[in-house]
Design a protein around this ligand. Structure first.
Ligand code: PRT
Ligand code: ZN
Length: 210
């Protein structure tokens, strides 16, 4: 029988909950921090521990059959994968935020303004739909400090509690997308018996939590 591969985040916000979900599915595996692959002893499955940004492409290309990753990462990488199950953790929203004293009051006020983000694809699509032309500045992190440094007029970043915006003198201004962790699969594999078996186990774990 073919051994499936599932890619999960190696470390970060989704790692612990992803490991917990798989363990609750009855899968036995060692969760070594140093190893990149862990075999499951009681199911034909291997777990790959990756940077979350790489997961959608690994699944699209069939290097992994399945993956657990935030919807925001899937949308940003613009891959073709099947959404198999929403998982109810890692919830957050991608929001545009502006400084508390900003004169940006409506979406139209963003025309011609600079917006710093690590999500240029999602933001670009959103602005296009709203008929707004802004200067999207792609940076790789610490987006929240960009307006204070005079590098942008607004930011577009993930928000969960809102604490980071607040402590940087920013206020949420527009919702771009909401996100949670999802189980994804490559298009070819989704219908296979093994994958269906795993999805059923995941669904019963989620039902037990309700
Ligand atoms: O190393 P790797 O590349 O794998 O991880 P990463 O650093 O890119 O991602 P990580 O671990 O930070 O986040 C993984 C996923 O968790 C994200 O892709 C989202 O789907 C989800 N998630 C949920 C979040 C948040 N909540 C979140 N609050 N990801 C990031 N944040 C950050 C946000 O960017 C901002 O800096 O937390 C800050 C805001 O938090 P609050 O609570 O102050 O609003
Ligand atoms: Zn990442």
């Amino acid at each position: 029988m073919k051994t499936l591969k599932i890619a999960i985040q190696k470390s970060g916000r989704l790692n612990e909950k992803s490991v917990e979900l798989l363990k609750n599915c009855g899968l036995n595996f060692e969760n070594y921090k140093s190893s990149l692959i862990s075999p499951v002893s009681n199911f034909p499955l291997e777990i790959l521990f990756l940077r979350d940004d790489d997961i959608p492409e690994y699944v699209q290309d069939g290097i992994a059959d399945l993956g657990i990753v935030g919807e925001n990462v899937i949308q940003e990488t613009e891959v073709e994968v099947s959404y198999l199950q929403r998982l109810g953790f890692g919830k957050c929203s991608l929001k545009i935020a502006v400084p508390n004293n900003s004169d940006i009051n409506t979406l139209a006020d963003l025309n011609g303004k600079a917006i710093a983000t690590t999500y240029p694809a999602i933001l670009g699509k959103f602005l296009k739909e709203q008929n707004i032309t802004s200067d999207i500045r792609t940076i790789s992190g610490s987006v929240e400090i960009s307006p204070g440094l005079g590098l942008s007029d607004a930011i577009c970043d993930l928000v969960s509690t809102g604490g980071t915006l607040k402590s940087n003198g920013l206020k949420p201004f527009a919702d771009v997308m909401s996100s949670e962790a999802v189980l994804i699969g490559s298009k070819e594999i989704a219908e296979s018996d093994l994958v269906q078996e795993l999805i059923q186990r995941v669904q019963s774990v989620l039902r037990a939590k309700e």
